[in-house]
Ligand binder design. Structure first.
Ligand SMILES: [Zn+2]
Length: 97
């Protein structure tokens, strides 16, 4: 039930894990695991989870795109000024079976 809510939420607007955690009043750790379940379940559906990867605000280093949690610091310039990954759900076009 909650995961369906999460799907609807991310279809309406892109959000970071922290945004979701604040909205749902849940620990980020729990949100991260729910997002992971959602991503797996969406593989068999018409939707997909898109992750806009975290980026370093200082040197523009882009983190791994499958990571949903905010990295501690940049491996390149060691700055901690990191833009969080943003998640959204989009409809998969032209792949209906
Ligand atoms: Zn950097």
């Amino acid at each position: 039930m909650y995961r369906k809510g999460l799907l609807e939420l991310l279809r309406q607007r892109p959000m970071s894990l922290r945004d979701i955690a604040e909205l749902m009043q849940m620990p980020i750790r729990d949100v991260a695991s729910d997002v992971e379940h959602l991503r797996k379940s969406l593989k068999r559906s018409d939707f997909r989870l898109v992750i806009e990867p975290a980026t370093c605000q200082k040197c523009r280093f882009t983190f791994h795109k499958n990571k949903t949690t905010k990295p501690g610091k940049c491996p390149r310039c060691h700055a901690t000024w990191i833009k969080e990954p943003v998640l959204r759900v989009t409809h998969r076009h032209g792949k209906s079976t």
